[in-house]
Design a protein around this ligand. Structure first.
Ligand SMILES: [Zn+2]
Length: 67
């Protein structure tokens, strides 16, 4: 990927406004806070919550109770 550093400086996660980290291998921008992954198409980040991949694991929400 060849993303504009200035662009990376100003964009944040649209879901939680967290900082985004470039994952070259997966061609995504990963949010450090909520863990969502935003796809990058033609070197343009697609910052849409609908298009984001969900957090990889341990997301808050429904789940079995500890026990
Ligand atoms: Zn986020």
């Amino acid at each position: 990927m060849d993303l504009d550093p200035d662009l990376l400086d100003v964009i944040v996660c649209p879901a939680c406004h967290g900082a985004l980290t470039v994952e070259d291998a997966a061609s995504v921008l990963r949010c450090e806070q909520c863990g969502r992954g935003y796809p990058v198409r033609e070197n343009i980040p697609v910052l849409l919550i609908e298009d984001a991949s969900p957090p990889t694991s341990g997301a808050a929400g429904t789940g079995p109770e500890a026990g």
